[in-house]
Design a binder for this molecule. Sequence first.
Ligand code: GNR
Ligand code: NI
Length: 176
Amino acid sequence: MAILPILEAPDPRLRTISTPVEAIDDELQTLIDDMFETMYEAPGIGLAAIQVGVPKRILVIDLQERESDEEDAPVVRNPMVFINPQILEGSEQLSIYNEGCLSVPEQYAEVERPATIRASWMDREGRIHEQTLDGLLATCLQHEMDHLEGILFIDHLSRLKREMVLKKLQKARRAA
Ligand code: GNR
Ligand code: NI
């Protein structure tokens, strides 16, 4: 297991269009394990392979939600792997979420996306899934799938807002 370095904007590698996975082999299993370790350590709720420099259509997601609404309730892990995911349908109804991205660290902005999606994907055993997703999982999967096309959440903002976020990111870096 290894924690991999996460690429950050404006790294041009984040603009790569990732290619489909052809075979699920040991090398891929190791990459998936490393992606989970990297995501949990960051910490984040999702990670696309391109964020660690691998242009393949692989995502890991774990919303790490609390068992109850109590502030100190234990967090439950529910690791999900999405290989070659597809969105088959998106609802007309949209939902707004204050999104962040490990590749745009500590910057947040509201993004509007379909509230419910029908998606298909392969898991790490190569089993095919097709499910209707909503809530944070639907938002997160759409955010991760954008990474596969070289798209960042800031691309959904107005040019003015996007440039403000990128400026703040540069400023935070200079201060670090
Ligand atoms: O950790 C993350 N949080 C998050 C919050 C709202 C919407 C999307 C996300 S994904 C992000 C991790 C990340 O950058 N994945 O690509
Ligand atoms: Ni992201």
